[in-house]
Design a protein around this ligand. Structure first.
Ligand code: NAD
Length: 304
């Protein structure tokens, strides 16, 4: 019997390439797809079959395997800030792609679809750990698109079981250090290494939940192995509240001599958010996380 592959979308991107590498290390057969709009060919693990294509276009699906085991769907425009440049393009890259992916998943007899949603669906929230039942009020076009995609997955849950990870701020080796509009930590570290100076868009009092890439890959791997029913939503973050000021202090400690300046905020940026990850622990058993100080040290030493 031929083994059906696992399909990883966004495989040339930061998180998708890490997830694909973990699956390959586990011995899985992997097919990856990416339109290379943001990702890089060099990120794609050499062991996988790669298909180049834009998942918002129906013709791309003709190039994908006719049968897959399941789908890890990480492709998408990944910046809240960039989503305001062209909201229609963002909707196509993220939401239309996901809707088409559900249809393909059904035709390809996938057992489940795991989706890269975002904490951006929540918008501004109270200063307390945010659980999945918080009423979402997205502030960016990106957040609206991610929430819409989650809702489509709910509508089609009977024909395609799914899990949406609402990922918080993911950081670590492999992040695109040339993109200064996505990834708070990568933006700060890239500026610190290039200019010895960090320009921060917005208040130092904002707070976030920074999750190291290895922890994110753990969760995707666990979900890949889990048997799913219905359409589930899980926060994927550490549960630790960290201010921008704390992050800057840690970066300056790791890179002494770096100076910091504050400018106007970007549109749609959230004031502060961190997660309640109780459900992640109970559904997938993921309970421990790399502390931010350790993750930052690993990240900086990888870049040097
Ligand atoms: N990095 C984070 O902190 C974070 C947090 C929450 C959610 N997410 C989501 O996780 C996913 C992966 O994020 P990332 O940080 O790896 O971003 P990334 O930009 O590094 O990777 C996304 C990949 O998807 C590809 N892509 C975009 N639109 C596509 C399309 N229509 N068809 C095919 N390929 C397409 C890009 O070329 C890129 O390689 C994204 O959906 C993002 O929105 C990321």
């Amino acid at each position: 019997m031929t083994v059906r592959p696992i399909l990883v979308t966004g495989v040339a991107g930061f998180i998708g390439s890490h997830v694909a590498r973990r699956l390959v290390a586990d011995g899985a057969k992997v097919v990856g797809v990416d339109d290379l709009s943001m990702g890089h060919r060099t990120n794609i693990p050499s062991e996988i079959d790669f298909v180049k294509g834009d998942l918002s276009e129906s013709s791309t699906y003709d190039k994908l395997p006719s049968q897959v085991d399941h789908i890890l769907h990480l492709a998408g425009q990944s910046s809240g800030e960039i989503s305001f440049d062209d909201p229609v393009a963002d909707l196509e890259k993220n939401t239309v792609s996901t809707l088409r992916m559900v249809d393909y998943a059904t035709r390809a007899s996938a057992s489940k679809l795991i989706y890269a949603s975002s904490m951006s669906v929540y918008g501004d929230v109270p200063d307390s750990a945010i659980a999945e039942d918080q009423v979402p009020r997205p502030l960016s076009c990106y957040g609206v698109g991610k929430l819409a995609a989650e809702q489509y997955l709910k509508i089609f849950a009977k024909k395609m079981p799914s899990l949406s990870f609402r990922m918080f701020n993911v950081y670590g080796p492999g992040q695109d250090m040339t993109n200064l509009r996505q990834g708070m930590i990568s933006i700060y570290v890239a500026q610190a290494l290039a200019n010895n100076h960090i320009v921060v868009k917005g208040s130092f009092d904002r707070f976030r939940d920074f999750v190291y890439i290895d922890d994110v890959v753990d969760a995707w791997q666990l979900a890949s192995q889990a048997s799913l029913q219905g359409a589930q939503v899980l926060n994927l973050g550490t549960g630790v509240r960290t201010t921008v000021r704390d992050v800057l202090d840690m970066i300056v400690a790791a890179l002494p001599g770096v100076t910091v300046e504050q400018t106007d905020p970007t549109p749609g940026d959230q004031t502060g958010i961190y997660c309640d990850n109780t459900r992640l622990a109970s559904v997938l058993g993921k309970k421990t996380f790399v502390p931010l100080g350790d993750g930052l040290k690993r990240f900086v030493s990888f870049l040097r």
